[in-house]
Design a protein around this ligand. Structure first.
Ligand SMILES: NC(=O)c1ccc[n+]([C@@H]2O[C@H](COP(=O)([O-])OP(=O)(O)OC[C@H]3O[C@@H](n4cnc5c(N)ncnc54)[C@H](O)[C@@H]3O)[C@@H](O)[C@H]2O)c1
Length: 365
């Protein structure tokens, strides 16, 4: 009989997304995930999360990884911490769930997936918005042929980040930028529903090399932008479908967040939040709005990803939001930059196992 006990898990990186997203939403699925502890390089942050619930405060990552009580870690450090913390966790034989991007360079992502395979542990990565009820509903209808053959998709995420994010400077240096930070939302949705991308054409550059923080306690602080902050990617999927990505932290656009075009209709949904309804048009009808499926969570349910991950561990089956899928998404972003720099299209070579649709009962029920 499979072990049905919740997976004993430690959150590493106890900042905003841990406190506002993961901790409260993982607590909704206690039969799948047991948060047994917290670690942050700023110990006071780990202490704050431990005070909200039960759980041990670890003094170092080594302490977490050498604790035989710990089965898995959820890596919610900042972008530059994803690769080293995930690698340390996988090398120690722990199952690892990471926030996106999976790493900042494709070679790092390769090493992570190879280490997970070698150690025989699960390696999952956000975004997990595809587990949402709206996204699963639309995906099922695509598979059933409701809008005919899928011929293209469009994704968009962004806007001037320094006007609302107190640490926008950290997102515009150290290898991050809008493509690696937010393109994973539409790219994960597109590649789940349409499959892998085989070639990209990129136009991307730094548009505002010197900026000012406008939000938070450091407002007024100047900073330099060292990552491409604005651009387009054109995608060719293996199926023959086309994709367009717009990503910018310079200019906001009304290009839809996520649109899927078929020969017999179009769906327009969010690639991030669940519960925001479904828009659809057909050759004979203009845009009509449908309610979200019953029970859809309003927003992004940060707990569903870890719950699916835990269910995969206990049932020894592939995790839905896999590290291999996240590596493909990262490679698309890197190849868009390579294409932009060289002025030619570039092939994307990585592939990933197709994730299974969410069935009934759901993995988190
Ligand atoms: N904030 C959001 O809305 C949001 C949304 C989606 C995804 N994310 C992703 O989640 C990650 C975390 O975002 P956040 O907003 O919580 O950031 P944050 O800066 O609020 O928190 C990150 C925490 O990680 C800690 N940390 C960094 N490196 C560490 C290391 N090596 N070991 C231990 N602790 C370390 C920091 O001290 C900090 O407390 C980012 O990669 C981001 O892309 C954030």
């Amino acid at each position: 009989m499979p072990d049905s006990k919740p997976v004993k898990t430690v959150i590493v990186g106890c900042g905003m997304i841990a406190s506002r997203g993961y901790q409260p939403r993982c607590q909704v699925y206690p039969h799948k995930i047991e948060l047994v502890g917290y670690y942050d390089q700023d110990i006071t942050r780990a202490e704050t999360l431990a005070q909200n619930a039960s759980g041990k405060v670890y003094q170092s990552l080594e302490d977490v990884l050498s604790d035989p009580n710990v089965e898995a870690i959820i890596n919610l450090t900042i972008h530059t911490g994803h690769y080293p913390v995930s690698l340390a966790g996988l090398t120690a034989g722990k199952h690892v769930y990471s926030e996106k991007p999976v790493a900042l360079r494709i070679e790092e992502a390769d090493q992570l997936v190879e280490t997970a395979d070698a150690m025989g542990v699960k390696f999952a990565c956000a975004p997990v918005a595809m587990l949402g009820s709206v996204q699963q509903n639309v995906w099922k209808r695509l598979r059933a042929g409701e809008i005919g053959e899928v011929v293209s998709a469009i994704g968009n995420f962004g806007g001037p980040i320094e006007y609302w994010h107190p640490t926008a400077d950290a997102f515009m240096s150290n290898g991050v930028g809008p493509f690696k930070d937010v393109a994973p939302y539409p790219l994960t949705a597109m590649t789940t529903m349409i499959g892998p991308v085989k070639r990209v054409y990129g136009l991307a550059r730094i548009t505002l090399p010197e900026r000012l923080l406008h939000a938070g306690p450091r407002a007024g602080t100047p900073y330099k932008v060292t990552e491409k902050d604005h651009g387009f990617g054109l995608l060719e999927f293996e199926t023959g479908a086309y994709g367009l990505l717009y990503h910018s932290w310079t200019a906001r656009s009304e290009i839809p967040p996520y649109e899927i075009h078929g020969t017999n209709g179009v769906f327009s949904i969010q690639a991030h939040d669940d519960g925001r309804g479904i828009r659809k048009c057909t050759p004979t009808s203009s845009w009509e709005v449908e309610d979200s499926p019953e029970g859809a969570y309003e927003g992004l349910d940060w707990g569903k990803g870890p719950a699916d991950f835990a269910d995969a561990i206990r049932n020894n089956r592939p995790v839905r939001c896999s590290g291999k899928h996240a590596r493909h998404v990262l490679e698309i972003c890197e190849r868009i930059f390579e294409s932009a720099d060289k002025g030619v299209p570039v092939d994307v070579t990585s592939r990933f196992p197709a994730p299974a649709p969410v069935g009934e009962p759901t993995p988190w029920s």
